[in-house]
Write a protein that binds this ligand. Structure first.
Ligand SMILES: [Zn+2]
Ligand SMILES: [Zn+2]
Length: 324
């Protein structure tokens, strides 16, 4: 399955008539994750034809409004839509407290669905969530308040058994599930065959790293390792490099340097200050340092398939218009 990122919003600060604040919908393995939830996110989910019922978990990076003001409305709408599937919410403690106060103060079960509310240990790097086909790590960023980044990684729970080895050793079908899970296998004569000999190598696991609202961190490689796609905020042009760190933000060139630091294949930049009417200024600056840079424009989908590792970019609005 390809990795798909749909940009629901990528503006910073206040929403405008045309620009929505930060929110992304990530499809990885068989999971659907929402990353940040700025104001208007649920309208953008509808506009981008994504399925509310498929949502598995929500991750909120920090407690600034342009990343979380859409959350209460979305949780409420999922209830009105009579959702039944469990939903995970990973958020800074004050956001979890807000949800508790608003919905759970007088009611233990305010929703039609179970909401698992998990406060993030802010400032720490750890494995946050394990789903059957993906893992999510969180890392500390450097902003004016505590802010976390996320690394999403594919997981392959089952290996593929080499059909030639099944024939060669005459492995009974009842032993196949164990081999798929990684167990060695014993012949009738008691000879142990190592699992690696019986199975095919696992495909490459795709990794997506999300780093919003942060000044440049020189140690990003130590925090996240490598990433196939890095989303990094680029609030300012490089001409504002003196003021960027004072507001806990990065420039376009710093975002590009971060992509080099983590050996990324592709960089998406967003969270541009509304002062830049034309994002191509920042895009050009970043491309000079890291040519594979794209602007994370809202209503755009980025898709990466491990078969060719080529990033495909689709304008959702054009797709919708073409169909209508
Ligand atoms: Zn922000
Ligand atoms: Zn912020």
């Amino acid at each position: 399955m390809p990795l798909k990122i749909t940009i629901l919003g990528s503006s910073s600060a206040t929403p405008t008539a045309h620009l929505f604040p930060t929110a992304q919908w990530l499809q990885i393995g068989n999971k659907n994750f929402l990353i940040d939830c700025g104001e208007g996110t649920q309208m953008q989910i509808r506009r981008n034809k994504l399925s509310f019922s498929r949502l598995d978990a929500i991750f909120i990076s920090h407690a600034h409004g342009d990343h979380c003001f859409g959350l209460l409305g979305l949780l409420s709408s999922l209830d009105l839509l009579k959702r039944e599937k469990e939903l995970f919410l990973f958020a800074p403690p004050q956001i979890v407290d807000l949800v508790e106060f608003f919905f759970y103060r007088n009611n233990e079960n305010p929703f039609t669905y179970p909401l698992q509310r998990i406060p993030i240990k802010m400032g720490e790097k750890y494995l946050l969530h394990t789903a059957d086909t993906s893992r999510v790590y969180t890392i500390p960023l450097s902003h004016t308040i505590q802010c976390q980044g996320f690394v999403f990684e594919e997981v392959f729970p089952l290996k593929n058994v080499n059909p030639f080895k099944i024939n060669e050793y005459e492995i009974p079908s009842c032993d196949i599930p164990g081999i798929k899970k990684g167990k060695d296998w014993k012949t009738k004569e008691g000879l142990v065959i190592k699992n690696d000999e019986l199975t095919l190598p696992l495909p490459k696991a795709l990794r997506y790293a999300y780093c919003t609202d942060t000044q440049y961190i020189g140690s990003l490689k130590e925090l996240i390792g490598t990433a196939d796609i890095l989303y990094h905020e680029a609030t300012y042009s490089t001409s504002e490099s003196a003021i960027a760190p004072l507001s806990g933000h990065s420039t376009s060139v710093e975002a590009a340097k971060s992509a080099l630091d983590v050996d990324a294949r592709y960089l998406l930049i967003g969270h541009l200050s509304v002062r830049y009417k034309d994002p191509s200024i920042l895009l050009k600056e970043a491309c000079k340092v890291f040519p594979n840079t794209y602007y994370a424009r809202q209503n755009t989908q980025f898709m990466l398939d491990r078969k060719d590792m080529q990033l495909k970019v689709m304008d959702i609005k054009e797709k919708i218009n073409a169909k209508s």
